[in-house]
Design a protein around this ligand. Sequence first.
Ligand code: ITT
Length: 201
Amino acid sequence: MKELVMATNNAHKLEEVRQILGSAFTVKSLNDIGCTEDIPETADTLEGNALQKARYVHEHYGVDCFADDTGLEVDALGGAPGVFTARFGSMHGYGKSHDANANIRCLLDKLVNAETRTARFRTVIALVQGDKETLFEGIVEGQILPQPVGEGGFGYDPVFAPLEAHGMAFAQMSAEAKNAISHRGRATKKFAEHLSLNIEH
Ligand code: ITT
C-alpha cells in the first residue's frame, strides 16, 4: 500500500480525501508525522497556498506530500472571499478565523440585498513528489442559500447548494453524494488518476 502525507489540519478534508482515494493509499495527517506547527498560508492564490503547504512539509519532514486549498467565490462579491474563505468572518468583525458559524453569518449578511447568489467552490491540490510539483483543480457551481440547512459536511456546506443537487445543500447530502460532485471530489479524482498512472511498480 502506498503512503501519502496530506498537509492539513482539517479532519473533514482528510476524511473526504481518504474516502475517495480508497484502500490503495494510506493517507497520513500532519499529526501522524508529528507536525504540529502552524504552516504559513500567505500566498494570494489557492494554487500558491496549496503549494506553500505541501512544500513546507516536503522541506521540513523529507516526505512526498500533497495539500488542498479551497475557496468560495461568490459572484455578487466580485469573487470574494476566495483565498480568504477561512478568515472571511473574522476579517469583517464576526468571530474568529475558521469559525464556520461566524463565516456563514458574515456571508449571509453581505448577500442580504444581492441580486444574484451564484457562487462556486474551487479546490486546488498541490502534490510535491521529489523535485516534481503537480497541481489538480476541482470546481462545483452553485448558489448561496438564504438560511443554513442540514447537519452534514463542514464549513460553508449548510449554505452552499450545488447546481446538480436541485436546491439541496451539501450539508443535506450523504458524504458519498457530496464527494461525487464536489470541488474536492473532482480535484481528488484527477489526483488519484495521476497517482495510479505514475505509481512505482
Ligand atoms: P488546511 O489545514 O488544509 O489549510 P483549512 O480549513 O484552513 O485547512 P482552507 O484554507 O482550504 O482549509 O479553508 C478554506 C475555507 O473553506 C474554510 O473556512 C473551510 O471551512 C471552507 N471549506 C473548505 N472546503 C469546504 C467544503 O468542502 N465545504 C464547505 N466549506 C469548505
